[in-house]
Design a protein around this ligand. Sequence first.
Ligand SMILES: [Zn+2]
Length: 483
Amino acid sequence: MIVNNTDKVYEYLQDNTLNKYKRYISLIIRRKEHIIDTIYAKDIYPNYKKNMETLKTEYQDLFTNKISFNDVKLNGTKVNVNRENYNDLIIDKNQNTRKSVYDIYTFAFANISDILGDMYIKKLELDLMVSKKEKYNSLLSKKLFELELPDEILDKLISTINKNLHVMHEYTDLRKQLSGLKEFHVYDSSISLCKIPKIEYELIDAINIIKSSLSILGNDYISIIDKMFDEGWVDVYSKVNKRTMSFTCISYVGVPYILINYNKSINSVRTLAHEIGHAIHVYYSKNNNDFEYFEFSYFLTEIASKVNETLFNEYMIKNCSDIEEKKYILNNIISSIGNSIFGQTMLTEFEHTVIKRLEKEEKVDTNYLNDLYLEINKKYNGKSLTIDDNIKYGWSKIPHFIMQDTYYIYQYSIGTSIAVYIAYKILNNENNMKEKYLKFLKLGNSVSIEDALKVIDVDLRDGKYIEDAIKVLSEKIKEMKNL
Ligand SMILES: [Zn+2]
């Protein structure tokens, strides 16, 4: 057992021929102090797993079978609201209809919010129990230990966002202005604020646009895109039984295959650029690292894809002559940055506050969750959003809180901030960012996340990269207002 004889292992590692394995083995050894004694572990982990599975099965059953929604009247006809038609109904042209749909949907969750609250708290308590047994100071410490990151990065994210909430308020205000509504409510937040461009892009044109928009990354990067299509890495069109979500495979053997469902719209061209980002990151990583280190952390995954999206969007804005298309793309940049950076941090702040309270063994119940969610929503959205009291049930509609890993969503905020920061540094030709970024894409897991980010001058402890990304958002909002 490596962890029982660490001195001996370190002695062996002095041998230079073992250099390659130093990081790999250190990553195992560092877990030593958090390993639960075998006698206890054989009960703790199976129990945790069993309880978590039961909780998730019950939740799934409640969410899919047991929840029931009332009918809404649409042009005189009664329509039953459900999870399948909700997304279509909530973008109805009539604000009163949207309000009715939202109220009906929310009412169904409010009815079972006590059960959902208990489930969420139970899930967190299970996580907390294990992290305590594993001798972590907190659940956050455990999650960040796994990523070799210090605890302070989450508080830095939340505090930087809180310092810049006026930009989030401007974002909400812009949405209100574009909607033309007197009062902008949460049920108005899904309506389309810009006309969807009717322009269709044939695949060959899409590939050429993507290559032009990414040409700033250099010839090698572009030659991989050519290779990708010449060698058939991309499964382009939708077909029966094909997954509807876009996807890029990560494998050391073979090539990173891409699955998309291309439909000629500008959004599907952007999705293709996004997946190409993932594929080339995997390609570079596996071609520059041994098997032990080729798989980079999930923490870094969305950076390469979002960099490509941003470069694509900027290229389109510069090169399109159609004002509606320009507005549409600008709106996409704004909502993508706004929702990822501010929206996901809002949910993170909610989760983090609940967990800290549980760790202090203070009382958390459904009422507390409702009040907290309402307060955080008010704080993030500012005065342009008219607050309805039933917003407070919002947390209960998000399956993620119960079904996914705790302390996970904040990675979207950090990933998007870093990607925006990189893309505009490259576009403005600042600090040799192109060279640094290409080097970063080749690192895999050969160094820690923090060291990989040092290559692109990002320090998660100082939050400057978030400030830079927020500055971009603020400029784009101004640009949109002046269009
Ligand atoms: Zn992605």
